[in-house]
Every structure is written in structure tokens, then in C-alpha cells.
Design a protein around this ligand. Sequence first.
Ligand code: SF4
Ligand code: SF4
Length: 69
Amino acid sequence: MGEQRHRIWVAPEGCIACRACERSCPCGAMRVADGQAAIDYGRCISCGMCATKCPKHVIHDTLGIYAAR
Ligand code: SF4
Ligand code: SF4
């Protein structure tokens, strides 16, 4: 299944591995490894917090609610 099934997703390019998303996640669902953030969908509650914290705006949500401008 593609990640688009989930409300929050991370673009495959543009992440600078700053870990702001990892620190902001209340569920321990966001992990940064090898320079790329990735979501453990078994833990993610789609709260959108990570998307609001990403300085590179590479975390998106399928509804566009948290999309940074
Ligand atoms: S949407 Fe919320 S729970 Fe899911 S990875 Fe982002 S901060 Fe964590
Ligand atoms: S906040 Fe954005 S740039 Fe920073 S590690 Fe997370 S996805 Fe990458």
C-alpha cells in the first residue's frame, strides 16, 4: 500500500535530517535515519504536529490542512 493512504507523509527528497519532526512527535512515530525522516504508521495518529515543525516543508498531509506556505 502506498503512503498516500495515510494522512501525513514525508516527501522522498528535501529532508535535511534536522530531527525537528522527530522531537515534536508525541507518539515516537517519526524517525530520522540516513538523512531521511520516515513515519512509523503503526504509531502515527496523524496529528500533524511534525508537518507544522518541518523547516523544509517536506512533510505533507493529504488534506492540505497542515501544508506550510
Ligand atoms: S502526524 Fe503526529 S503522530 Fe504522526 S508522525 Fe507526525 S507528529 Fe507523529
Ligand atoms: S523536520 Fe523536516 S527536514 Fe527536519 S528531519 Fe523532519 S522531515 Fe526532515
